[in-house]
Design a binder for this molecule. Structure first.
Ligand code: FAD
Length: 539
């Protein structure tokens, strides 16, 4: 423990420094000249002038904190003139708002000869408070004991106000962000979230950890989400873009409305102080609009059911008529052949006349049938989500599948790029594939009742797989099943054999293909491949 210097509180016993002509105090004079760099002698007066002119409030006290010296900056900071300060205790500055514990720790440190620094609530001479950042260093005498204290302090009220203001703003912003009814995240250029609000955490919990950001970055059309640095360079942003996220299984799909814009955040690292550009961040706002969309979906499904029923009805009529026309045309071909043969034999065979009449009336009947066939419903092409179409179909077939004890394993690619095409046409074609799969699993030699349906992207195409556990299609029939009127069901009566050929026709109209996968392990696996809208490469 350093021994205390004698307490000398009487101002006249102190050695105050005159304000105008500043003479070095005894202890400083005792130092003599100090050797500077290169051995040049630095006079004590220089040290005094340096302290006098320093912009920091400097005071020197005895070991009881009685002020022996205060520099002009101290006067400016406190509002007291030097004469008023000399001989006073530093407590003259106390605003009586600093907790006792702070002073206790301060004195405990100083008593042990250790430096102390901290914040105190002081007051100016006029009584106005200020926050002082104070640093006290014990000055050791020749005996190694504390003989004085050197106090350095500055008014940090403004810095404190600013810091506090920023803290308050941050707290407010966090509150507002957390209370916001949408998910918000700030992403760095690597796609990692550096900030997330509560809405984001909640949404991520619902759809699965780590799935939300990739889904959005991948799913926004026209945005280079896989290379954010490039997206930033090109200034790509998006506003209220809708995105469907399909978790698969029995979970309902989510609809998000997403907006993304760039902001620049200043880099707070000291070594980046003079570097102008800050960090580029993508501010992502995700609004979960699933509830609203589900309502719209219910209405849409009802309308879709009616539309499909109409589409299927005219499809069935067209199928029946084309079956009848096919039969009639075959018979007319025979009649033509027979009439031709009779003509070549020569003579006036009355049978030939009958045949010619038959052919005439047959052609008229054929024309009438052609004209009577319902026209294909005109439907505008648009951007479509294949997951949505498959979901619609599975929804429509649910009752039938439940009745037949069929279980569905639906594995969609979570975010599927759009295709371009005819919604009802594709829906009917896919419904045909699902209906075939159900029929196959009702065959006597079916192996099971599990229907597997999946989607995924491959290059610039979307693949749809429909796999059943029916008896499968033998190798030699893999291509024939797509021929019109071909049927290999055990109960062919209820099938016309045009379903697959009509489906193939529909996929072909979309630049797509359909095939029976020779590698399907059990049952039949139908694979449909359709081009992405604009031939876009899937990411
Ligand atoms: P108390 O804590 O009750 O103490 C009364 C006095 O007793 C003190 O002022 C001190 O002279 C003496 N004392 C108390 N404990 C000890 C001890 N362990 N050893 C020796 N003497 C002791 N305070 C401020 O509020 N603002 C300032 O800007 C400020 N600057 C200071 C600068 C220096 C260099 C030093 C050494 C102290 C400074 N203090 C300052 C502390 C100040 O001296 C008081 O301790 C403090 O203001 C509390 O006031 P108080 O009347 O409650 O004093």
């Amino acid at each position: 423990m350093p021994t205390e210097a004698p307490i000398n509180n009487r101002p006249q016993d102190l050695n105050p420094l005159p304000a105008a002509s500043v003479a070095p105090p005894e202890w400083l004079r005792a130092l003599g000249a100090v050797k500077g760099l290169g051995g040049a002698a630095l006079p004590p007066q220089l040290f005094l002038e340096a302290v006098e002119q320093a912009p920091l409030a400097i005071s020197i006290t005895d070991t009881r904190a009685n002020i022996l010296y205060a520099n002009p900056a101290f006067e400016r900071t406190t509002g007291y003139a030097r004469q008023e300060l000399i001989g006073q205790n530093e407590s003259i500055l106390s605003n009586r708002a600093t907790p006792k514990e702070v002073y206790r720790q301060m004195w405990e440190s100083l008593a042990q000869g250790r430096r102390w620094s901290g914040l105190l609530v002081n007051r100016h001479k006029d009584g106005s408070p200020y926050l002082a950042e104070l640093d006290i260093t014990p000055v050791l005498g020749p005996d190694g004991e504390t003989s004085h204290f050197l106090g350095l302090h500055r008014d940090v009220s403004e810095v404190h106000q600013l810091t506090q203001g920023i803290r308050n703003q941050k707290a407010l912003l966090e509150r507002v962000m957390d209370a916001a009814p949408f998910a918000l995240a700030l992403l760095d250029l690597q796609g990692s979230a550096v900030l997330r609000n509560r809405g984001f955490h909640e949404l991520e919990e619902r759809i699965g950890q780590g799935r939300l950001i990739p889904a959005v970055l991948k799913g926004i059309e026209g945005f280079s989400g896989d290379d954010l640095a490039a997206a930033r360079r090109r200034g790509e942003t998006f506003s209220e873009q809708e995105l469907v996220f399909d978790p698969g299984g029995s979970g309902e799909p989510y609809w998000f409305s997403c907006s993304g814009g760039w902001i620049e955040q200043a880099d707070s690292r000291a070594d980046h102080y003079f570097e102008a550009p800050g960090e580029q961040r993508l501010l992502l706002v995700i609004n979960d609009i699933s509830a609203l969309k589900r309502q719209q979906e219910r209405a849409r499904r009802n309308a879709m059911r009616a539309l499909m029923a109409e589409h299927e009805m005219s499809e069935r009529i067209r199928e029946a008529l084309s079956g009848a026309m096919f039969q009639l045309q075959s018979n007319l071909n025979l009649a033509h052949a027979a009439a031709g043969m009779l003509e070549r034999r020569g003579g006036q065979d009355p049978l030939r006349g009958v045949l010619v009449q038959l052919i005439d009336s047959g052609n008229r009947a054929l024309d009438a049938l052609r004209q009577g066939a319902p026209a294909e419903p005109g439907e505008p092409r648009g951007l479509l989500n294949l997951n949505q179409i498959v979901r619609d179909v599975l929804g429509l077939m649910t009752e039938r599948m439940l009745a037949e004890g069929i279980e569905v394993e639906w594995s969609p690619e979570a975010v599927l790029p759009s295709i371009h095409g005819l919604q009802t046409g594709l829906r009917c074609a896919i419904k045909q594939l699902v209906a075939n799969a159900i029929d196959a699993m009702s065959e006597p030699d079916a192996r099971g009742r599990l229907l597997r349906v999946s989607t995924h992207t491959h290059g610039n195409r979307v693949l749809l797989r429909v796999q059943d556990q029916g008896p499968g299609i033998p190798e030699e029939l893999r291509f024939r099943v797509f021929e019109p009127f071909f049927t290999a069901w055990s109960a062919p009566g209820k099938h016309t054999g045009v379903g697959l050929s009509a489906a193939r026709e529909m996929f072909a109209r979309h630049g797509g293909e359909i095939e029976i996968d020779p590698n399907g392990q059990e049952g039949c696996r139908v694979v449909v491949s359709l081009p992405l809208a604009d031939g876009r490469e899937a990411r």
